[in-house]
Ligand binder design. Structure first.
Ligand code: GH3
Ligand code: MG
Ligand code: MG
Length: 330
């Protein structure tokens, strides 16, 4: 291997530091105090505060409360012996804008009394973070209708089931399916079919009133609705309201068994955790709603059928035509 001569480099390192677009800070951190000793000039461009102003500040003046917590935990790990770390934190610019910083910490020195000298490299990653958040959000949205997609619904179902198991509250699920939608496409064309699905999704969203209610496009022309803390009767009312909301759109559909407009059928299932012993959950809730939907289709469409999951009886089924129950859920 070729030896590299240990000559002094012809570079002024301070000049490099001062010309760097990232912020470089030097801090002295002990158990009870946190002092900045040096801040590079780019702090003015990134955070809107001069190095002198930052030196007079504490992390609490710069970072949001959540990020202060992240930094405190990070410093704790370094105090425990970790030599370096990297976290993404949120800071508030002097003009009030929130910016995201990649915060890399390296230990320079550790004193026997446990005071540490740290060098902190901070890079503005706001654009990247916003793009990442946007992409993550898009991964859970349906491209056609803009409501949540099946992935988001499945996650919400798992989460709400765990919550229901803790609280003992009932959890209801509705599956809705457009009646004779294949004929709709055949008659009016696929693009009009897409418009119809968008209108249905928007109408369904308007029908839901509680903040924890979730509506998602579960399949082609199928919506799934999750109603935490809602009884079987309440869920059936919501399903009726959803089907009535779609009928109110008055979208023409000549091939819909003489009804003349687009309609939906619904299957409702409700689980009360204290009853549920035999059935695998929360998948059982989906299966029961699907079975109820199948029943609603078989009974002539444009109606809602329900199944309540009970420990002793397995499933109790019933069907109710649209519009026969007063709405009580809100
Ligand atoms: P049923 O009343 O029994 O539900 O009859 P159906 O015709 O609605 O049921 P089927 O499952 O046979 O057809 C569903 C149709 O939904 C077929 C498919 O072309 C259509 N579809 C699924 N996804 C989309 C979509 O994104 N856009 C449009 N325009 N149509 C879709
Ligand atoms: Mg279908
Ligand atoms: Mg259908």
């Amino acid at each position: 291997m070729r030896a590299i001569a240990a000559e002094p480099l012809p570079v002024d390192f301070r000049m490099l530091l001062e010309g760097c677009l990232d912020m470089v800070w030097l801090a002295c951190v002990s158990e009870h105090s946190h002092r900045f000793l040096y801040c590079s000039p780019s702090s003015s461009a990134v955070l809107g505060y001069s190095p002198e102003q930052i030196i007079a500040m504490t992390p609490n003046d710069i970072f949001t409360p959540e990020s202060q917590q992240v930094i405190a935990e990070d410093v704790q790990k370094i105090r425990a012996g970790q030599p370096a770390s990297m976290v993404i934190v949120e800071a508030v610019h002097s003009d009030g804008r929130h910016i995201w910083l990649e915060n890399k910490i390296r230990v320079l020195e550790r004193d026997p009394d446990q005071a540490m000298r740290l060098v902190i490299y901070l890079r503005d990653v706001t654009d990247r973070k916003l793009l990442q958040d946007q992409l993550a959000q898009m991964a859970y949205l349906d491209g056609l209708t803009g409501i949540q997609n099946r992935r988001a619904f499945d996650l919400a179902l798992e989460k709400e089931w765990r919550r229901a198991a803790r609280s003992g509250q009932p959890l209801s699920l509705i599956l809705l399916d457009v009646d004779h939608f294949k004929k709709f496409n055949d008659t009016y064309g696929h693009l009009t079919g897409d418009d119809c699905l968008r209108a249905i999704a928007a109408a369904a969203q308007l029908c839901l009133r509680r903040p924890d209610d979730v509506v998602a496009r579960y399949g082609g022309e199928e919506l799934a609705v999750l109603l935490p803390g809602t009884s079987a009767d309440g869920a059936e009312e919501v399903a009726q309201r959803l089907c009535a909301g779609v009928m109110d759109l008055g979208i023409p559909h000549s091939g819909n068994d003489g009804r003349g407009i687009v309609t939906m059928s619904g299957g409702v299932s409700t689980a009360v955790v204290s009853f549920g012993g035999r059935i695998r959950m929360p998948q059982g809730l989906l299966k029961a709603a699907d079975a109820a939907l199948y029943r609603a289709k078989g009974l002539g469409r444009n109606q809602v059928a329900s199944s309540v999951l009970l420990k002793a009886l397995g499933e109790r089924m019933r069907g109710t035509p649209i519009g026969t129950r007063p709405a009580k859920h809100d």
